[in-house]
Write a protein that binds this ligand. Structure first.
Ligand code: DX5
Ligand code: ZN
Length: 219
């Protein structure tokens, strides 16, 4: 049984043909990653609620929403109502991360806590057994197509140790620069949920790209 999952990031899809691109990966993955950017926390604006809400009608994939927004507490209910299965916020943007996790759970969603590469990794460790996913950013959030930051590897190992020591079954997710060259090393460091944008939707055949990425781990 696979002990990892891929979560293709729609940020790298063709926004004029979103359902075409989603249909292309539907048979290959269980999760779809939505990068919500507000132009405040990150220097980019992507898409938001209406896009997620609309896509929800057309696919049964699990929606892994990645909020790169300030004041996430204002929008948790809206992203739950829009159809998110996992709602992930940045620890840097939350005054009370535990309260946000509780709120996410109260809507029947799974909770994720993300950490920026510049934030000391210890900040995320207390949440290892309080949420369903810890997201270690492996690039600076805001843009797809960046190179994986190799210094993330020791951060991933630290989080893996904390999850295991807490007896938690939380996903250890990574996001940014995951491709055929990096995925195995990152898996070996302890990651289990791989967000991949350009490596999947930038490929000629997204389904084949998912298959090849998985094979890098299982081969
Ligand atoms: C970056 C986003 C990522 C992005 C990853 O801020 O959080 O999810 O789509 O893109 P790639 O896989 O191209 O680095
Ligand atoms: Zn993301």
């Amino acid at each position: 049984m696979a002990d990892f999952e891929l979560a293709p990031s729609l940020l790298a899809a063709d926004f004029g043909y979103l359902m075409r691109d989603i249909n292309a990966v539907e048979g290959s993955v269980k999760y779809l990653h939505f990068d919500v950017m507000d132009g405040h926390y990150v220097d980019n604006i992507s898409f938001g609620l209406p896009v997620i809400q609309s896509i929800r009608k057309y696919t049964d994939l699990k929606f892994y929403t990645h909020l790169m927004i300030t004041n996430p507490e204002k929008y948790i209910k809206a992203f739950a109502d829009a159809g998110s299965d996992i709602i992930t916020f940045h620890v840097e943007c939350a005054d009370d991360p535990t309260a946000l996790i509780d709120e996410i759970h109260s809507y029947g969603c799974e909770a994720g806590v993300a950490i920026h590469p510049d934030t000391p990794i210890d900040v995320i460790l207390p949440f290892a057994d309080k949420c369903e996913l810890l997201l270690v950013m492996t690039v600076r959030p805001g843009f797809g197509g960046q190179d994986f930051m190799p210094e993330s590897l020791s951060r991933i190992k630290t989080v893996r140790k904390a999850i295991d020591e807490a007896g938690s079954s939380a996903w250890l997710s990574v996001d940014g620069g995951i491709n055929k060259d990096t995925i195995k090393t990152v898996y070996d460091a302890g990651a289990s949920m791989f967000v991949t944008g350009s490596a999947v939707f930038g490929a000629e055949d997204p389904a084949k790209a998912c298959c090849e990425l998985s094979s890098c781990i299982t081969a």
